[in-house]
Each structure stands twice: as C-alpha cells, then as structure tokens.
Design a binder for this molecule. Structure first.
Ligand code: ADP
Ligand code: MG
Length: 490
C-alpha cells in the first residue's frame, strides 16, 4: 500500500510535520513529545544527532553542531548574506567547488564536509522518521514549504534535500500561502469577493510579513513581502540574557560575559522563561552553579521582558506598514491577519498588531508554530487524493490552483536579486581595488561610483522600488556608470 503524504515546514530554527488522518490534520509529536523539532544536526566522535538531541549538546560541542542550514541552502559562498552570516556561526564554512558553501565538521574522528542540502536532508529525514514512527508505515511523498522570497535555486536545493532524505517532493509551497490555507481562507463559503490576508510570521531568527491575495476563485497569490532576515525569538532571548548577566554581576560581583558555557546555560533558561511569560505574568529562573559553585535564582516579569524588547516589537509593526505600502494597500483593505511562527505567541506582539489593525480579531486558532505545517499537510492530502471527494467539493478548490508561484511576483524577486547582486559586486570591487595610485588618478570616478552604490542601497533598504521596471532601470543606470569606470581602473 502506498504510504500517506506528509506536509513539512522546514524552518530555520524549528521544523514541524503533519499528516492527514480521519479527515483532519494531525501535527505529529517527536520522540520527546514536542510538536516542533529543532532544525539542528550535530556530529560527535560516536554519532550523528538530529533535532533536540543535537541542540541539547551544543554547549559541549559548538564547533560541530550545525543550525541555520536554511540560510545557506541554494546560495553561493560568495553571496553577501553568506559572508555576513558566517561571522555569527561557531561552525566552519568554506568555499567548495563551483562556489558552493561547505560546512566542515569532525565526525567519528574524521573531517567531513557537508553542503546545506545535505544538512537539511538530515533534518527532513528526521521529520520523515517522526511521521513513520507515528504512522507505523513508510512515508515516501511530501509537500515542503519555503519562504515566499526563496529564488529558484533555493527552491530547487530544498527539493534536492528532500530527495536525498528519500522523499518524493510533490510540491514546494510558499510558507504564507500554506498558513492562509491552514485557516481555510481560500475555501470560505462567502468567497464571492476577493480576500487580502496579511501573514505575520515571527519565528526563531527570521521575520516575514506577506500579503496574500485570494481571488474570487480561491486562487492564492503572494502580492508583497517584507521582513527582517535577522529578527526573531533568539533576539528576545539575548535581550534577557544580557539583562540577567548584568543582574548577576550586580548581585554576586561575578561577570560571566564571555564565558560561553555559563552564558549558554543562561540562554537555555531564558528561552524557557520567555515561553512561560507568554502565559504567565512572572516566572522564575533557577540555575545551579552558574559560575563555579554560585547559583543564580531570580524572577523576571512579563512587563520587564516587554520593556527589554520594546524596540524589536515596534520594529515588527513598522515592517507591517512597509509591507502594506509595498502592496499599495491600506490597513483597512486587510480582511484577515494570520499569526505564524512561535514568537507570535508573545501577548505583547499580538496586542500591538491588533491595535495597529484598529482592534481587528487576529486568526490564531491554529498554534502559530504549526500553521505552516498544517497548511502543507492540507495541500499534501489534496494532491495525493486523500481528502475525500465529498469534502473536497465542499471545501477545496482544484489542486492545480495551488500552483501559485505567481509569475509577476517571481519576476520581481529576480529583478530585485539582480540589482542586489550587482550592488554587492561593485561594493566588493571598490573594497578590493582599494586605495592605489591608479584609483587615486580616478578619484572623482570612484566617488561617483560609491555615491551611486550608496543611493541604490538606500532605495532598496527604504523600499523605494517595487516594480520590475524600477529595479531594471536602477540596474541599467548603475551598470552604465560603473562598467566603464571599473574597466579603467582595473
Ligand atoms: P522557525 O523560525 O524555524 O520558523 P518557529 O516558528 O517554530 O521557528 O519559532 C521558533 C521561535 O518561537 C523560538 O525562538 C521559540 O523560542 C519561540 N517560541 C515558541 N513558543 C513560544 C511561546 N510560547 N512564547 C514565546 N516564544 C515562543
Ligand atoms: Mg517558520
């Protein structure tokens, strides 16, 4: 018998898997009872660990414990974002053949190199195992989600990771689309008019706001995206860590700053405390022997936590504004606001968002950190025909209509990427050419080029451009200016 099809949310920090059973979505718990599993892989002298097992031993094995593979997948080593991210990772990444980034680890006493696809395939393999353990049968087919802004190379690499994990990837689906489908927003009875869904996804290390439009036929299309690739739960944890380091220093006269093991243990406690503060207004932190034999026992309130992170939280709302601006839309035009990502369980975030939308009810019936996997599972069941015909007619549109890789949206992403890439190339050229006699000779030209790059970067950062032709025009202007100058000084 053919096994069932699963839906997988392959997250930057956590992954989640679901299966369609008894006419509904079942989000599957891992062997430790958690419904989300860290997207972490660790290598030791003895074994390879994936998920909680990998994350739990990071303090004693940080050089060989890999996370954030999603930030690398489908990218080149020379990519600006890879170069920046590398500075923050404790593990080693090198340039492999064809500019492919390779992660270097020691495994069973030998040096090994893995691509991001391979690490992601280990995480996907773990999610497959979790599903198989629950179902008691083999699983072959899966739907996997990716961020809406992923380009073709990142999508293909994610698909490849699925294949390496032994999965037949039926479809790659955009995360915000899956979230909208999870809420059944595309199959409402009153679908006679089009619906605008704002998907607010605040996860562990990334923040994505997307505007998904659903037309009269239930066809979904991502109209605009905004966000911050480095804003999420980890940042909130870190604020609490910094605060408690100061408190420990004040109370015990001991500075643990720079002590990796102590700050690491504190960070684990802070993440737990943060989760508790989403349901209680105060929580305690107790760490035995934080430094030598000195214990740390303290209390932290929800108000304090909110105060520490006020700037981050406000930034999230600003990003929603900019996404709406990008979509040329007023907040009154938003019909549904959908919460996605574990960090949207923070009450203050929900409050600010609801206030921004003038008191509108937020869609949060489905656990925020499971919404994407939930939607992926609905799509998986639908493609594989597991959703019964009756139900299908009642609730769902034809599977083909989920093929929503909106052409225009894709073109925009490509145009923007091309511009970003060129800006990055010229900036690195300016740095590598540096200050030589030849460049001094063309001082004025260099200045012109630098100014043009600064302007272009600013236009991108401030979201001044949004259409394909705007990106293309800017790229053309830059090339016209820079190509002759670079050829002169090189
Ligand atoms: P990803 O970024 O991989 O998509 P998730 O959406 O699962 O991951 O988000 C993970 C983040 O959500 C972590 O930083 C975690 O601490 C945070 N989180 C999970 N549950 C809660 C909660 N109840 N309150 C606050 N933060 C939470
Ligand atoms: Mg996510």
């Amino acid at each position: 018998m053919v096994g069932p099809t699963i839906g997988i949310d392959l997250g930057t920090s956590y992954s989640c898997v679901g299966v369609w059973q008894h006419n509904q979505v079942e989000i599957i718990s891992n062997d430790l009872g958690s419904r989300t599993t860290p997207s972490w892989v660790a290598f030791t002298d003895m074994e390879r660990l994936v998920g909680e097992g990998a994350k739990n031993q990071v303090l004693t094995n940080h050089m060989h414990t890999i996370f954030d593979a999603k930030r690398l997948i489908g990218k080149r080593f020379s990519d600006g974002t890879v170069q920046e991210d590398m500075k923050l990772w404790p593990f080693k990444v090198i340039k492999g053949t064809s500019d492919i980034p390779k992660i270097v680890v020691a495994y069973k006493g030998e040096e090994k190199q893995f691509s991001a696809e391979e690490i992601s395939s280990m995480v996907l393999g773990k999610m497959k195992d979790i599903a198989e353990a629950f179902l008691g049968k083999t699983v072959n087919d899966a739907v996997i989600t990716v961020p809406a802004y992923f380009d073709d190379s990142q999508r293909q690499a994610t698909k490849d990771a699925g294949h390496v994990a032994g999965l037949n990837v039926l479809r790659i689906v955009n995360e915000p689309t899956a979230a909208a489908i999870a809420y059944g927003l595309e199959m409402r009875i009153d679908i006679s008019r089009e619906t605008n869904v704002l998907v607010f996804d605040l996860g562990g290390g990334t923040f994505d706001v997307s505007l998904v439009n659903i037309d009269e036929n239930g066809k979904l299309e991502v109209k605009a995206v905004a966000g911050d690739t480095h804003l999420g739960g980890q940042d909130f944890d870190n604020k609490m860590v910094d605060h408690l380091i100061k408190e420990f220093k004040r109370k015990k006269k001991i500075d643990i700053q720079g002590n990796l093991k102590a700050t690491g243990r504190l960070r684990v406690s802070c993440e737990r405390a943060k989760r508790q503060l989403s349901s209680s207004i105060e929580t305690i932190i107790e760490i035995d022997s934080l430094h030598k034999n000195v214990d740390f026992n303290t209390k932290i309130s929800r108000a304090k936590f909110e105060h520490l992170n006020a700037d981050f939280f406000n930034k999230c709302i600003k990003t929603v504004e900019s996404c709406l601006k990008d979509a040329k839309m007023d907040k009154k035009d938003v019909d549904e606001v959908v919460l996605v990502g574990g960090s949207t369980r923070i009450p203050k975030i929900q409050q600010l968002l609801q206030e921004f939308f003038n008191g509108k009810e937020l869609s949060k019936k489905i656990h925020a950190d499971e919404a994407v996997a939930y939607g992926a599972t609905v799509i998986a069941a639908k493609i594989s025909g597991e959703i019964s015909q009756k139900l299908k007619n009642l609730m769902l549109k034809d599977a083909e209509e989920y093929k929503l890789d909106d052409q225009l949206y894709k073109k925009r992403v490509i145009a923007r990427n091309a511009l970003e890439k060129y800006i990055y190339e010229v900036s690195s050229k300016i740095t590598t050419i540096g200050d030589t006699n030849k460049t001094r000779l063309h001082n004025e030209d260099m200045k012109k080029m630098e100014d043009a790059i600064t302007d272009a970067t600013e236009s991108l950062d401030m979201d001044k451009l949004s259409e394909v032709d705007e990106y293309e025009k800017m790229l053309n202007q830059l090339q016209k200016l820079c190509v002759p100058i670079i050829s002169k000084i090189e």
